[in-house]
Design a protein around this ligand. Structure first.
Ligand SMILES: CC(=O)SCCNC(=O)CCNC(=O)[C@H](O)C(C)(C)COP(=O)(O)OP(=O)(O)OC[C@H]1O[C@@H](n2cnc3c(N)ncnc32)[C@H](O)[C@@H]1OP(=O)(O)O
Ligand SMILES: O=CC(=O)O
Ligand SMILES: [Mg+2]
Length: 570
């Protein structure tokens, strides 16, 4: 039995220990992940019962939502363009607002993000940012070890007891008196959790992430962090408001279980798929009692543009480095998001500039910082209420830009309405980005995609590559762009030599880039790492006749490790 102070949750008496796994599990739940005494403090019978209850109540809705995604894909592949939904016009045109913003998170001018790794959690909470988004998604390779350690780390962080002893550097990390407010980003709806079977089926990854975190932390969070509200979440990769509706029901179910007021949980939804830009009002409407804004997930958004238009050769992208926020379709997306959020009374969050500090080259470092400042200045001037940084070293620069512009007011919700953005059309939001395609673009996609995948397969979900932050979203752009260029045999027009992308050319590029990676990382690391496997996987995905929906779905099979080791893959 678990005691939450005012409320007591009791799992049904039918549960029994799962002798094979070592965990004490309720009926219908089977744990296939490694036993660890620390993990067992998270995977308690009551917490698992809560996750199983969520799974049983919502699995049908999730399956239906995924079927709808497949139907939509078929329509787009048949030539239909995404657009505003006529039946929900009343939602877009109606006068309604979301619940007032909780005081604890009124000021979100700079948010840091990072995986749920112990030292990084402490560094991020101490970074001076207003918010830390702890990531089970783009920045995390979802191995059993990473996920479960992440839950242990978050519990210690919420309790305020988290420490990290870096013996090699003789340094003990602990929390400062003033720390950032914690948001947690569970995985997207599409990802399974194959180490936890519920009624014989892999659990839905995000319900595991959400359920375990909520169960163990809601009481402490509300007391120590949320000023009576919370916990707070970021919700990724949704394509339609029906998916937001499921989250809203999950939140209501969790609030009921915990005996806390409806509307306590708050979430910011990432608008990071092309179909979702036409659903922003609808998404906020579904979550109106639980919303605390939208965020421009720019990297996944670019990935989604390619994916949505995979059968539209008239909408090919230029080199990845040319698809920035000043492209017409990206600017319109950000402007419309600001208008929508402010009209509904919630934060319009900016996105991630991928630059990170460059330690060994002051001039290059200053140039990178200048790009970050420029990006943030554009965001704050446009009306964003806050932004993202990938590294603690960028917080002062981002803070300075937002504070210079906003002063002491916590946000611009009331002051910048962006009514001009009401005129943004479907055509504006879909406009093909301008620019050239080059051999170096193809090479960089390949080099980055393979190195990222090699890191992901060995447990690291965000990496520095060529002085930029790379994570699952940025790697996806590399993958789908190569796939698109190959499928349509595009001309690399930026090189002015009339070369077209073909299987032969791509084969040579992979070979040469693998050799370059080996030179760059060194023979020893190359041999010990997963570069060869990553090279094969990336090549298969770029040349597949039918585009895989996600890079990480295929790759996930390679990181599932079942204990006992009877069936390593699902
Ligand atoms: C598209 C999207 O979804 S964006 C959101 C998801 N992506 C992310 O969150 C990426 C977050 N950023 C990172 O993971 C990292 O900054 C990386 C991988 C890009 C670079 O990491 P590193 O090469 O280790 O950075 P570097 O060596 O400069 O780190 C210096 C210090 O800052 C810390 N640090 C770096 N990034 C972060 C972070 N995001 N949060 C907390 N601490 C951080 C390091 O732990 C290190 O601490 P130490 O000095 O105490 O040892
Ligand atoms: O999650 C953020 C993104 O840009 O993708
Ligand atoms: Mg993303």
């Amino acid at each position: 039995m678990m005691d939450f102070g005012s409320f007591t949750y009791q799992a049904p008496a039918t549960s029994k220990a799962n002798a094979e796994s070592g965990y004490d599990v309720p009926k219908g739940v089977d744990i296939r992940g490694r036993y660890d005494a620390q993990f067992a403090t998270i995977l308690t019978r009551d917490a698992l019962q809560f996750v199983a209850d969520l799974q049983r109540e919502f699995r049908g809705h999730v399956k239906y939502a995924m079927e709808c995604r497949r139907d939509a894909k078929q329509r787009y592949n048949a030539g239909v363009l995404p657009g505003f939904d006529p039946p929900t016009r009343y939602v877009r045109e109606g006068e309604w607002t979301c619940a007032p913003v909780p005081p604890a998170v009124a000021d979100r001018r700079v948010e840091i993000t990072g995986p749920v790794e112990r030292k990084m959690i402490i560094n991020a909470l101490n970074s001076g940012a207003k918010v830390f988004m702890a990531d089970f998604e783009d920045a995390l390779s979802p191995s059993w070890e990473n996920l479960m350690r992440g839950q242990v780390n978050l519990k210690d962080a919420v309790d305020g007891t988290i420490t990290f002893d870096d013996k090699a550097r003789n340094r003990v990390y602990k929390l400062n008196d003033q720390i950032a407010k914690l948001f947690v980003r569970p995985r997207g709806w599409h990802l399974p959790e194959s180490h936890i079977l519920i009624d014989g089926e892999p659990a839905t990854g995000c319900l595991v992430d959400f359920g375990l975190y909520f169960f163990h932390n809601f009481a402490s969070f509300r007391k120590l962090q949320g000023q009576g509200f919370g916990p707070f979440f970021y919700l990724p990769k949704m394509e339609h408001s029906r998916e937001a509706k499921i989250w809203n029901s999950v939140f209501e179910r969790a609030e009921k279980m915990a005996g806390i007021e409806r509307g306590s949980i708050r979430a910011t939804v990432l608008i990071e798929t092309l179909p979702a830009v036409f659903q922003m009002d609808e998404i906020l409407y579904e979550l109106r009692d639980h919303s605390v804004g939208l965020n421009c997930g720019r990297w996944d958004y670019i990935f989604s543009y390619v994916k949505t238009f995979q059968a539209h050769p008239d909408r090919l992208l230029p080199d990845r480095v040319l698809v920035g926020m000043t492209q017409h379709f990206m600017r319109c997306y950000s402007d419309l998001l600001i208008r929508t959020c402010h009209r509904r009374g919630v934060h319009a969050m900016g996105g991630m500039a991928a630059q990170i500090p460059i330690r060994d080259d002051p001039a290059a470092n200053e140039a990178a910082l200048e790009l970050v400042r420029k990006d943030k200045l554009r965001e704050v001037r446009a009306g964003h209420d806050g932004t993202w940084a990938a590294h603690p070293g960028l917080i002062p620069a981002c803070m300075e830009v937002f504070t210079n512009h906003m002063g002491n007011v916590p946000h611009q919700i009331q002051s910048v309405k962006r009514e001009d953005a009401a005129n943004i059309t479907e055509e504006d939001l879909l406009q093909r980005p301008r620019g050239v395609r080059t051999m170096e673009g193809l090479r960089l996609n390949t080099r980055v995609g393979i190195q990222y995948l090699a890191a992901w397969l060995t447990g690291t979900g965000s990496v520095p590559l060529y002085n930029l932050m790379e994570d699952a979203a940025t790697a996806e752009i590399s993958r789908v762009q190569n796939w698109q260029w190959l499928k349509y045999g595009v001309e690399l027009d930026g090189d002015r030599v009339g070369v077209r992308v073909s299987l032969d050319l791509f084969g040579r590029v992979v070979e040469e880039e693998m050799a370059r990676i080996e030179r760059e990382v060194g023979k020893d690391k190359f041999k010990k790492g997963m570069y060869k496997e990553a090279g094969k996987m990336f090549t298969r995905q770029c040349t597949a006749p039918v585009l895989d929906d996600f890079l990480t779905l295929d790759a996930y099979n390679h990181i599932v490790v079942h204990h006992p080791r009877a069936s390593p893959k699902l």
